[in-house]
Write a new protein. Structure first.
Length: 136
């Protein structure tokens, strides 16, 4: 008979139009973003941004495998969405990390809800700027 004691945690993170889904399960500390190991992830700036919650929770990360799938948006919003999803999954795995993440950066656990404003009719595709008028 198989043991079904492996706990799998799935958490999502959003930023602008990017959506990330992090799956955390017991393992040996492997982290993959869109099936690419975190060590090979490029550009370096975005890799470091994703690594922030992993560095803060090193002892918990060594015992779990994290797989993240990210889609939509640009590279920066994808990295922020992945960072949020990873931090939420780690916080559920070990609740004492909640305080650590909140003290470091609130954006690790709380999503940034700002979105692009919808464009209005007769405004040439922009949200606020109107057509100029001249009466003289």
């Amino acid at each position: 008979m198989q043991k079904l004691s492996k706990k799998v945690i799935v958490k999502a993170g959003k930023r602008k139009t990017s959506v990330a889904k992090a799956t955390l399960k017991e393992g040996k500390g492997k982290i993959r973003i869109n099936k690419i190991p975190i060590d090979l992830y490029q550009p370096q700036l975005y890799k470091l941004r994703i690594m922030e919650p992993l560095i803060l929770a090193q002892d918990a990360v060594s015992k779990v495998d994290i797989s993240v799938t990210v889609s939509g948006g640009g590279l920066m919003s994808q990295s922020d969405a992945a960072r949020l999803a990873i931090a939420r999954a780690l916080a559920e795995h070990s609740p004492k990390l909640n305080a650590v993440f909140l003290n470091y950066d609130r954006q690790l656990l709380v999503a940034d809800v700002r979105r692009k404003e919808a464009s209005k009719p007769n405004m040439h595709g922009s949200a606020r700027s109107k057509k100029q008028k001249s009466y003289r």
